[in-house]
Design a protein around this ligand. Structure first.
Ligand code: BTN
Length: 320
């Protein structure tokens, strides 16, 4: 009923509709109408109530509510099931539980805030309320576990495409999966997997996108290295538009990858890379070195030309 009332308000595009008309059209009591309007306001819809004229929708909610996402979604598999949290510890943790319980491929978890957002290499992820997209997608790809790292490259290509299309901010991918704008990080991707020896049960692709975070919001330890799309583009960015574009782009890369392999993604990744051709410092688990990043191979490993010869890096921290 709440969504039917919302539809009536949206249909009247900002004009007042009387409680009596709503109650008559939808065959509910006026008290029920009033209760649902109160619920919609709690969901962030800006609804003006006038004692004689009724109700008018002034602004849509800016929360990432499943109904709003579904209304704009063009992807068919990604987002067919959406779980929304006003606050959670980590959307990856929520997605893991859903995946273990057998949720369908393409299930999406989104939160306004994360209190224990997780990053790569056991770091945290700053996830303030309503200012970013804290998102996890469950995939069940028919690949071997050895190929899982490529899903991260795929996600980076999709998110970077979506960001540049929606904001024009001019971002690029830093190996393996950070997205940078003006040399600062705007997106981090954390891919987690559950697998048997020869098959993947599920992959969770967790994406943290700094959308409308202001410079003064960042904690001191991130102030020099992080940025947001609003800072980089100079304007506020619609999280809803960006989220639905990310899901559409991720599906656009995932479906061909499933049927014909990673070749197409690899080429896109290279063309969006800001790492290739650069002098980089590599801090691996057991060794550190400097060299020029010259390519990535079919496994997504970074190839680095050093004074001692060619090095192949599959995991670790690379700074430009
Ligand atoms: C990185 O360290 O660069 C990866 C950061 C990934 C953050 C995202 S936010 C949504 C999802 N839930 C998490 O706890 N982490 C990922």
């Amino acid at each position: 009923m709440r969504s039917a009332i919302l539809e009536v308000l949206k249909h009247n595009s900002g004009q007042y509709v009387s409680g009596e008309d709503i109650s008559h059209t939808l065959k509910v009591s006026r008290t029920a109408v009033w209760k649902h309007i109160r619920g919609l306001k709690e969901d962030g819809y800006d609804i003006e109530a006038h004692p004689r004229l009724g109700y008018a929708l002034r602004h849509n909610t800016d929360r990432l509510l499943p109904a709003e996402i579904k209304a704009q979604l063009t992807s068919r598999i990604l987002g067919r099931e959406i779980h929304y949290f006003s606050e959670t510890d980590s959307t990856n943790n929520e997605a893991k539980k859903l995946a273990a319980d057998g949720c369908p491929e393409g299930t999406v978890v989104v939160a306004e805030a994360q209190v224990s957002g997780r990053g790569r290499l056991a770091r945290g992820w700053f996830s303030p309320y309503g200012k970013g997209i804290w998102l996890s997608v469950v995939l069940r790809p028919p690949f071997s576990p050895m190929e899982a790292a490529k899903c991260t490259l795929m996600a980076a290509v999709a998110v970077n495409r979506a960001i540049n299309a929606v904001t024009g901010a001019g971002c690029g991918i830093k190996w393996p999966n950070d997205i940078l704008c003006n040399g600062r990080k705007v997106v981090g991707i954390l891919t987690e997997m559950s697998a048997e020896m020869d098959a993947i049960n599920h992959i969770i692709i967790g994406m943290g996108i700094n959308v409308n975070i202001e410079p003064f919001d960042f904690p001191a330890e991130l102030a020099a290295t992080a940025t947001s799309l609003a800072i980089a583009s100079g304007h506020q960015v619609s999280r809803l538009k960006l989220l639905t574009t990310i899901l559409a782009e991720l599906e656009n890369v995932y479906i061909p990858v499933k049927t014909s392999g990673f070749g197409s993604v690899l080429e896109d990744w290279k063309s969006q890379s800001i790492t290739l051709g650069q002098l980089v410092d590599v801090r691996g688990f057991d060794r550190s070195f400097t060299g020029v990043a010259i390519n990535i191979d079919v496994d997504g490993a970074l190839l680095i030309e050093t004074a001692q010869g060619l090095e192949r890096v599959l995991a670790g921290d690379v700074s430009i």
